[in-house]
Design a protein around this ligand. Structure first.
Ligand SMILES: [Mg+2]
Ligand SMILES: [Zn+2]
Length: 163
């Protein structure tokens, strides 16, 4: 049987958005994000983070710093028994017109092969319309956070629908 994935945005969805900084000493997990990720785990979604980090192209931050941030984030989540299967980073700027910067969906197709995913059963959660559009081409259902909702609010809804 094929797997399903929750493609998760990082900044503004799981952690507080540091606006390019990627300071691993200042990671703030957003309210209720852990509870939300635990529901996704319970519902058997593979957790995959997809993040646009154009700060790398703009030389505001190094790739190395982004990697260190991601390693620390994985460690924090692991303490809560949350395993992130993969973190995909687009290091490009908008002008580079790459295929991996959201809303483009290259990472969805890479993940499909790598994790044997059924994309139709997969979901995307993010705080920007570009996150939601990421999965559109592949018919991945997208959920958009707003100022008042967290991953938890969305996952509660998904859980209710499934039961
Ligand atoms: Mg975001
Ligand atoms: Zn890219």
């Amino acid at each position: 049987m094929k797997n399903k994935a929750a493609f998760l945005d990082r900044d503004g969805t799981i952690v507080e958005d540091q606006k390019y900084k990627n300071d691993h000493n200042k990671i703030i997990i957003l309210k209720d994000a852990i509870k939300g990720l635990l529901i996704l785990k319970k519902l058997k979604f593979k957790l995959i983070i997809v993040t646009n980090q154009s700060g790398i192209a703009k030389k505001i931050v190094t790739r190395n710093k982004v990697n260190t941030f991601n390693t620390k984030l994985r460690k924090i989540l692991k303490k809560h028994k949350i395993i992130i299967s993969k973190i995909y980073v687009c290091p490009h700027s908008v002008d580079e017109c790459c295929e991996c910067r959201k809303p483009k969906g290259k990472f969805a197709s890479l993940a499909k092969k790598k994790f044997n995913l059924n994309l139709k059963n997969s979901i995307v959660i993010g705080d920007k319309i570009t996150d939601k559009l990421f999965g559109k081409k592949y018919n991945i259902k997208g959920y958009l956070l707003n100022k008042k909702t967290s991953i938890y609010d969305i996952t509660k809804r998904i859980e209710k629908k499934k039961s």
